[in-house]
Design a protein. Structure first.
Length: 376
Protein backbone atom coordinates (compact mmCIF):
# COMPACT_ATOMS: atom_id res chain seq x y z
CA UNK A 1 0.00 0.00 0.00
CA UNK A 2 1.31 3.44 -0.90
CA UNK A 3 2.40 5.66 1.99
CA UNK A 4 1.09 9.23 1.35
CA UNK A 5 3.19 10.74 4.11
CA UNK A 6 6.37 9.18 2.76
CA UNK A 7 5.60 10.38 -0.77
CA UNK A 8 5.05 13.92 0.49
CA UNK A 9 8.38 13.80 2.33
CA UNK A 10 10.09 12.76 -0.91
CA UNK A 11 8.43 15.66 -2.76
CA UNK A 12 9.62 18.07 -0.05
CA UNK A 13 13.21 16.86 -0.54
CA UNK A 14 12.93 17.26 -4.32
CA UNK A 15 11.36 20.72 -4.00
CA UNK A 16 14.17 21.86 -1.71
CA UNK A 17 16.69 20.63 -4.26
CA UNK A 18 14.85 22.48 -7.05
CA UNK A 19 15.05 25.70 -5.00
CA UNK A 20 18.77 25.17 -4.42
CA UNK A 21 19.40 24.59 -8.12
CA UNK A 22 17.19 27.53 -9.09
CA UNK A 23 19.22 29.90 -6.92
CA UNK A 24 22.45 28.43 -8.31
CA UNK A 25 21.14 29.03 -11.83
CA UNK A 26 20.12 32.60 -10.97
CA UNK A 27 23.62 33.30 -9.64
CA UNK A 28 25.10 32.20 -12.96
CA UNK A 29 22.53 34.34 -14.77
CA UNK A 30 23.78 37.36 -12.80
CA UNK A 31 27.29 36.60 -14.07
CA UNK A 32 25.87 36.35 -17.60
CA UNK A 33 24.29 39.77 -17.07
CA UNK A 34 27.66 41.19 -16.04
CA UNK A 35 29.16 39.80 -19.25
CA UNK A 36 26.39 41.41 -21.29
CA UNK A 37 26.89 44.71 -19.48
CA UNK A 38 30.59 44.65 -20.41
CA UNK A 39 30.05 43.57 -24.02
CA UNK A 40 26.79 45.35 -24.82
CA UNK A 41 25.03 42.15 -25.86
CA UNK A 42 21.22 42.14 -25.61
CA UNK A 43 19.55 40.32 -22.76
CA UNK A 44 16.89 38.63 -24.88
CA UNK A 45 17.88 36.17 -27.60
CA UNK A 46 14.56 34.71 -28.70
CA UNK A 47 15.88 32.15 -31.21
CA UNK A 48 18.38 30.76 -28.69
CA UNK A 49 15.71 30.40 -26.02
CA UNK A 50 13.34 28.65 -28.41
CA UNK A 51 16.08 26.18 -29.39
CA UNK A 52 16.87 25.62 -25.72
CA UNK A 53 13.21 24.91 -24.89
CA UNK A 54 12.95 22.31 -27.67
CA UNK A 55 16.13 20.61 -26.48
CA UNK A 56 14.93 20.45 -22.88
CA UNK A 57 11.44 19.30 -23.88
CA UNK A 58 12.93 16.43 -25.86
CA UNK A 59 14.49 15.08 -22.65
CA UNK A 60 11.04 14.43 -21.15
CA UNK A 61 9.57 10.92 -21.12
CA UNK A 62 6.05 11.78 -22.33
CA UNK A 63 4.20 14.40 -24.32
CA UNK A 64 2.56 15.68 -21.14
CA UNK A 65 5.91 16.05 -19.39
CA UNK A 66 7.43 17.64 -22.51
CA UNK A 67 4.81 20.42 -22.36
CA UNK A 68 5.42 20.79 -18.64
CA UNK A 69 9.21 21.00 -19.01
CA UNK A 70 8.91 23.61 -21.77
CA UNK A 71 6.45 25.67 -19.72
CA UNK A 72 8.63 25.41 -16.60
CA UNK A 73 11.81 26.50 -18.33
CA UNK A 74 10.01 29.22 -20.29
CA UNK A 75 9.13 30.80 -16.95
CA UNK A 76 12.61 30.23 -15.50
CA UNK A 77 14.17 31.95 -18.51
CA UNK A 78 11.68 34.80 -18.25
CA UNK A 79 12.55 35.28 -14.57
CA UNK A 80 16.26 35.24 -15.43
CA UNK A 81 15.77 37.98 -18.01
CA UNK A 82 13.93 40.15 -15.50
CA UNK A 83 16.84 39.87 -13.07
CA UNK A 84 19.26 40.81 -15.85
CA UNK A 85 17.14 43.87 -16.73
CA UNK A 86 17.33 44.93 -13.08
CA UNK A 87 21.11 44.57 -13.07
CA UNK A 88 21.41 46.69 -16.21
CA UNK A 89 19.44 49.43 -14.45
CA UNK A 90 21.49 49.10 -11.26
CA UNK A 91 24.66 49.56 -13.32
CA UNK A 92 23.37 52.79 -14.81
CA UNK A 93 22.66 51.40 -18.27
CA UNK A 94 19.41 53.11 -19.21
CA UNK A 95 17.52 53.28 -22.46
CA UNK A 96 16.93 56.73 -23.95
CA UNK A 97 13.47 58.23 -23.35
CA UNK A 98 11.40 60.48 -25.59
CA UNK A 99 9.76 62.02 -22.52
CA UNK A 100 10.88 65.10 -20.60
CA UNK A 101 10.12 65.51 -16.91
CA UNK A 102 8.74 68.90 -15.89
CA UNK A 103 7.64 70.38 -12.56
CA UNK A 104 3.96 70.62 -13.47
CA UNK A 105 1.55 70.62 -16.42
CA UNK A 106 1.06 74.21 -17.56
CA UNK A 107 -2.57 75.35 -17.41
CA UNK A 108 -2.00 79.08 -17.84
CA UNK A 109 -2.36 80.95 -21.16
CA UNK A 110 -3.19 77.78 -23.07
CA UNK A 111 -5.84 76.87 -25.63
CA UNK A 112 -7.96 73.75 -25.19
CA UNK A 113 -10.11 71.96 -27.76
CA UNK A 114 -12.94 69.52 -27.05
CA UNK A 115 -15.51 67.61 -29.06
CA UNK A 116 -19.16 68.58 -28.95
CA UNK A 117 -20.71 71.88 -27.95
CA UNK A 118 -20.73 74.11 -24.91
CA UNK A 119 -22.34 72.38 -21.98
CA UNK A 120 -21.23 68.86 -22.92
CA UNK A 121 -19.59 66.71 -20.27
CA UNK A 122 -16.31 67.26 -22.17
CA UNK A 123 -16.86 70.97 -21.62
CA UNK A 124 -17.38 70.33 -17.91
CA UNK A 125 -14.23 68.19 -17.70
CA UNK A 126 -12.23 70.93 -19.42
CA UNK A 127 -13.50 73.62 -17.05
CA UNK A 128 -12.85 71.46 -14.02
CA UNK A 129 -9.28 70.61 -15.06
CA UNK A 130 -8.16 73.96 -16.49
CA UNK A 131 -10.43 76.45 -14.71
CA UNK A 132 -13.35 78.61 -15.76
CA UNK A 133 -11.32 81.19 -17.68
CA UNK A 134 -9.36 78.86 -19.99
CA UNK A 135 -9.38 79.77 -23.68
CA UNK A 136 -11.26 77.02 -25.54
CA UNK A 137 -13.21 76.03 -28.62
CA UNK A 138 -15.03 72.93 -29.85
CA UNK A 139 -14.89 70.69 -32.92
CA UNK A 140 -17.25 68.13 -34.44
CA UNK A 141 -15.31 64.89 -33.84
CA UNK A 142 -12.68 63.40 -31.54
CA UNK A 143 -10.40 63.00 -34.56
CA UNK A 144 -10.77 66.71 -35.30
CA UNK A 145 -9.58 67.45 -31.75
CA UNK A 146 -6.45 65.33 -32.29
CA UNK A 147 -5.80 67.15 -35.57
CA UNK A 148 -6.02 70.52 -33.82
CA UNK A 149 -3.19 69.71 -31.43
CA UNK A 150 -1.23 67.99 -34.19
CA UNK A 151 -1.07 71.24 -36.14
CA UNK A 152 -0.55 73.42 -33.07
CA UNK A 153 -3.87 75.23 -33.13
CA UNK A 154 -4.56 73.99 -29.60
CA UNK A 155 -2.25 73.03 -26.75
CA UNK A 156 -4.50 70.36 -25.28
CA UNK A 157 -7.47 68.21 -26.26
CA UNK A 158 -10.03 66.78 -23.84
CA UNK A 159 -11.35 63.33 -24.81
CA UNK A 160 -13.58 60.80 -23.04
CA UNK A 161 -11.81 57.47 -22.65
CA UNK A 162 -14.21 55.36 -20.56
CA UNK A 163 -17.50 55.41 -18.72
CA UNK A 164 -18.06 53.44 -15.53
CA UNK A 165 -21.37 52.10 -16.90
CA UNK A 166 -20.94 51.92 -20.69
CA UNK A 167 -17.25 50.94 -20.79
CA UNK A 168 -14.43 52.22 -22.99
CA UNK A 169 -14.70 54.74 -25.81
CA UNK A 170 -13.19 52.49 -28.46
CA UNK A 171 -12.59 55.16 -31.08
CA UNK A 172 -10.39 57.16 -28.72
CA UNK A 173 -8.24 54.16 -27.89
CA UNK A 174 -7.68 53.79 -31.62
CA UNK A 175 -6.86 57.49 -31.96
CA UNK A 176 -4.19 57.17 -29.26
CA UNK A 177 -2.51 54.61 -31.49
CA UNK A 178 -2.91 56.60 -34.70
CA UNK A 179 -1.50 59.90 -33.37
CA UNK A 180 1.85 60.47 -31.72
CA UNK A 181 0.28 62.44 -28.87
CA UNK A 182 0.51 61.76 -25.15
CA UNK A 183 -1.78 61.81 -22.13
CA UNK A 184 -0.70 64.46 -19.61
CA UNK A 185 -3.71 64.42 -17.28
CA UNK A 186 -7.12 62.97 -16.53
CA UNK A 187 -10.38 64.26 -15.12
CA UNK A 188 -13.29 62.21 -13.82
CA UNK A 189 -16.75 63.76 -14.12
CA UNK A 190 -19.86 62.27 -12.57
CA UNK A 191 -22.60 61.99 -15.19
CA UNK A 192 -25.50 63.41 -13.23
CA UNK A 193 -28.10 63.63 -15.97
CA UNK A 194 -31.04 65.99 -15.62
CA UNK A 195 -34.21 66.50 -17.68
CA UNK A 196 -34.16 69.97 -19.20
CA UNK A 197 -36.80 71.96 -21.09
CA UNK A 198 -37.72 75.51 -22.03
CA UNK A 199 -38.64 77.97 -19.26
CA UNK A 200 -42.36 77.58 -18.58
CA UNK A 201 -42.55 73.94 -19.69
CA UNK A 202 -43.83 71.30 -17.26
CA UNK A 203 -43.56 67.51 -17.21
CA UNK A 204 -47.11 67.26 -18.55
CA UNK A 205 -46.09 69.31 -21.63
CA UNK A 206 -43.32 66.92 -22.70
CA UNK A 207 -43.89 64.65 -25.68
CA UNK A 208 -40.36 64.02 -27.02
CA UNK A 209 -37.04 63.54 -25.20
CA UNK A 210 -33.71 63.90 -27.02
CA UNK A 211 -30.30 62.70 -25.87
CA UNK A 212 -27.26 60.60 -26.64
CA UNK A 213 -28.03 56.83 -26.75
CA UNK A 214 -25.90 56.14 -23.67
CA UNK A 215 -27.66 58.85 -21.67
CA UNK A 216 -31.05 57.41 -22.64
CA UNK A 217 -29.84 54.00 -21.52
CA UNK A 218 -28.45 55.36 -18.25
CA UNK A 219 -31.85 56.94 -17.45
CA UNK A 220 -33.89 53.89 -18.45
CA UNK A 221 -35.84 53.53 -15.20
CA UNK A 222 -36.89 57.19 -15.23
CA UNK A 223 -37.94 57.02 -18.88
CA UNK A 224 -39.86 53.77 -18.36
CA UNK A 225 -42.10 55.67 -15.95
CA UNK A 226 -43.05 58.03 -18.83
CA UNK A 227 -43.94 55.69 -21.64
CA UNK A 228 -45.96 58.44 -23.32
CA UNK A 229 -42.71 60.21 -24.26
CA UNK A 230 -41.01 59.52 -27.58
CA UNK A 231 -37.28 58.96 -27.15
CA UNK A 232 -35.00 60.17 -29.94
CA UNK A 233 -31.26 59.64 -30.11
CA UNK A 234 -29.07 62.71 -30.66
CA UNK A 235 -25.35 63.22 -31.28
CA UNK A 236 -24.58 64.18 -27.66
CA UNK A 237 -26.31 65.44 -24.54
CA UNK A 238 -25.33 69.08 -24.98
CA UNK A 239 -26.38 69.12 -28.63
CA UNK A 240 -29.76 67.80 -27.52
CA UNK A 241 -30.08 70.67 -25.03
CA UNK A 242 -29.07 73.13 -27.75
CA UNK A 243 -31.76 71.75 -30.07
CA UNK A 244 -34.46 72.18 -27.42
CA UNK A 245 -33.26 75.71 -26.70
CA UNK A 246 -33.27 76.78 -30.35
CA UNK A 247 -36.58 75.23 -31.48
CA UNK A 248 -38.76 76.89 -28.79
CA UNK A 249 -41.09 73.90 -28.53
CA UNK A 250 -42.53 73.36 -25.04
CA UNK A 251 -43.18 69.69 -25.85
CA UNK A 252 -39.45 68.95 -26.28
CA UNK A 253 -37.02 68.02 -23.52
CA UNK A 254 -33.40 66.91 -23.38
CA UNK A 255 -31.45 64.67 -21.05
CA UNK A 256 -28.22 66.54 -20.48
CA UNK A 257 -25.84 67.85 -17.85
CA UNK A 258 -26.61 70.78 -15.59
CA UNK A 259 -23.75 72.55 -17.43
CA UNK A 260 -25.78 72.40 -20.65
CA UNK A 261 -28.99 73.51 -18.94
CA UNK A 262 -27.27 76.61 -17.57
CA UNK A 263 -25.42 77.40 -20.79
CA UNK A 264 -28.49 77.14 -23.04
CA UNK A 265 -30.92 78.82 -20.65
CA UNK A 266 -33.08 75.80 -19.96
CA UNK A 267 -34.96 74.87 -16.82
CA UNK A 268 -34.32 71.60 -14.99
CA UNK A 269 -37.60 69.68 -14.72
CA UNK A 270 -36.17 66.61 -12.93
CA UNK A 271 -32.84 65.94 -11.24
CA UNK A 272 -31.15 62.65 -10.35
CA UNK A 273 -32.86 60.81 -13.17
CA UNK A 274 -29.92 58.44 -13.76
CA UNK A 275 -30.18 54.82 -12.61
CA UNK A 276 -26.60 54.45 -11.34
CA UNK A 277 -25.63 57.26 -8.96
CA UNK A 278 -21.94 56.36 -9.34
CA UNK A 279 -21.99 56.69 -13.13
CA UNK A 280 -18.87 58.65 -14.16
CA UNK A 281 -16.81 59.35 -17.25
CA UNK A 282 -13.03 59.52 -17.26
CA UNK A 283 -11.58 62.11 -19.62
CA UNK A 284 -7.96 62.30 -20.72
CA UNK A 285 -6.02 65.48 -21.38
CA UNK A 286 -3.92 64.98 -24.53
CA UNK A 287 -0.96 67.07 -25.70
CA UNK A 288 1.58 66.98 -28.51
CA UNK A 289 4.72 67.48 -26.40
CA UNK A 290 6.02 64.35 -24.68
CA UNK A 291 6.23 65.60 -21.12
CA UNK A 292 5.24 64.32 -17.69
CA UNK A 293 5.03 66.01 -14.31
CA UNK A 294 7.41 64.97 -11.55
CA UNK A 295 4.45 63.93 -9.39
CA UNK A 296 2.70 61.92 -12.14
CA UNK A 297 1.55 58.55 -10.81
CA UNK A 298 -0.18 56.65 -13.64
CA UNK A 299 1.29 55.34 -16.91
CA UNK A 300 -0.59 54.16 -20.01
CA UNK A 301 1.09 51.89 -22.57
CA UNK A 302 0.04 49.70 -25.48
CA UNK A 303 1.72 46.84 -27.29
CA UNK A 304 1.12 43.90 -29.60
CA UNK A 305 1.83 40.23 -28.90
CA UNK A 306 2.57 37.19 -31.06
CA UNK A 307 0.12 34.28 -31.11
CA UNK A 308 2.15 32.17 -28.70
CA UNK A 309 1.23 30.34 -25.53
CA UNK A 310 1.92 32.45 -22.46
CA UNK A 311 2.75 35.65 -24.37
CA UNK A 312 0.18 37.77 -22.50
CA UNK A 313 1.21 36.41 -19.11
CA UNK A 314 4.88 36.96 -19.89
CA UNK A 315 4.22 40.58 -20.79
CA UNK A 316 2.18 41.24 -17.64
CA UNK A 317 4.80 39.53 -15.47
CA UNK A 318 7.09 42.53 -16.04
CA UNK A 319 4.70 44.54 -13.87
CA UNK A 320 4.48 41.75 -11.29
CA UNK A 321 8.23 41.27 -10.84
CA UNK A 322 8.83 44.99 -10.54
CA UNK A 323 6.14 45.45 -7.92
CA UNK A 324 3.96 47.66 -10.14
CA UNK A 325 0.21 47.76 -9.64
CA UNK A 326 -1.68 47.29 -12.90
CA UNK A 327 -5.01 49.15 -12.79
CA UNK A 328 -6.52 48.38 -16.21
CA UNK A 329 -6.11 46.24 -19.32
CA UNK A 330 -8.07 46.49 -22.58
CA UNK A 331 -7.63 44.96 -26.02
CA UNK A 332 -8.42 46.40 -29.44
CA UNK A 333 -8.28 44.59 -32.81
CA UNK A 334 -5.38 45.55 -35.05
CA UNK A 335 -6.63 46.91 -38.42
CA UNK A 336 -6.07 44.61 -41.42
CA UNK A 337 -4.78 41.80 -39.18
CA UNK A 338 -7.76 39.58 -38.36
CA UNK A 339 -7.84 38.12 -34.85
CA UNK A 340 -4.74 39.97 -33.71
CA UNK A 341 -4.95 42.47 -30.87
CA UNK A 342 -3.23 45.45 -29.32
CA UNK A 343 -3.29 45.55 -25.53
CA UNK A 344 -3.67 48.76 -23.56
CA UNK A 345 -2.39 48.67 -19.97
CA UNK A 346 -2.57 51.30 -17.22
CA UNK A 347 -0.33 50.89 -14.20
CA UNK A 348 0.86 52.98 -11.27
CA UNK A 349 4.27 54.62 -11.39
CA UNK A 350 6.44 57.44 -12.68
CA UNK A 351 8.76 57.26 -15.68
CA UNK A 352 11.62 58.28 -13.37
CA UNK A 353 11.17 55.19 -11.16
CA UNK A 354 13.72 52.39 -11.50
CA UNK A 355 10.98 49.74 -11.35
CA UNK A 356 9.13 51.42 -14.22
CA UNK A 357 12.31 51.63 -16.29
CA UNK A 358 12.96 47.92 -15.68
CA UNK A 359 9.44 46.94 -16.72
CA UNK A 360 9.51 49.07 -19.87
CA UNK A 361 12.96 47.73 -20.83
CA UNK A 362 11.65 44.19 -20.57
CA UNK A 363 8.48 44.97 -22.50
CA UNK A 364 10.38 46.79 -25.21
CA UNK A 365 12.61 43.74 -25.72
CA UNK A 366 9.88 41.12 -25.69
CA UNK A 367 6.70 42.62 -27.21
CA UNK A 368 5.93 44.30 -30.51
CA UNK A 369 5.31 48.01 -31.10
CA UNK A 370 5.42 49.20 -27.50
CA UNK A 371 4.01 52.72 -27.08
CA UNK A 372 4.09 54.81 -23.92
CA UNK A 373 0.93 56.90 -24.18
CA UNK A 374 1.66 59.09 -21.19
CA UNK A 375 2.50 59.52 -17.53
CA UNK A 376 0.00 61.65 -15.66
Amino acid sequence: MLDLGKMRDEIDVIDSEIVRLFEKRMKICENVAQFKIETGKPVFDKSREQDKLKTLGAKAGSDFNRCGVEELFQQIMSISRKRQYQLLQENGIEEPSDFTKIDFINKENVTVVYQGVEGAYSYGAMKTFFGEDVKNYHVATWKDAMEEIKFGRADYAVLPIENSTAGIVQDNYDLLTKYDHVIVGEQIIRCQHVLTALPGATLSDIRTVYSHPQALMQCREFLDAHKEWHQKEWSNTAAAAKKVSEEHDLSQAAISSSYAAEYFGLNILSENIFTNSDNSTRFIIVAKKKVYAKDAHKISVSYELPHESGSLYNSLSHFIYNGLNMTKIESRPIPKRNWEYRFFVDFEGNLSDSAVKNALRGLRSEVQNLRVHGNY
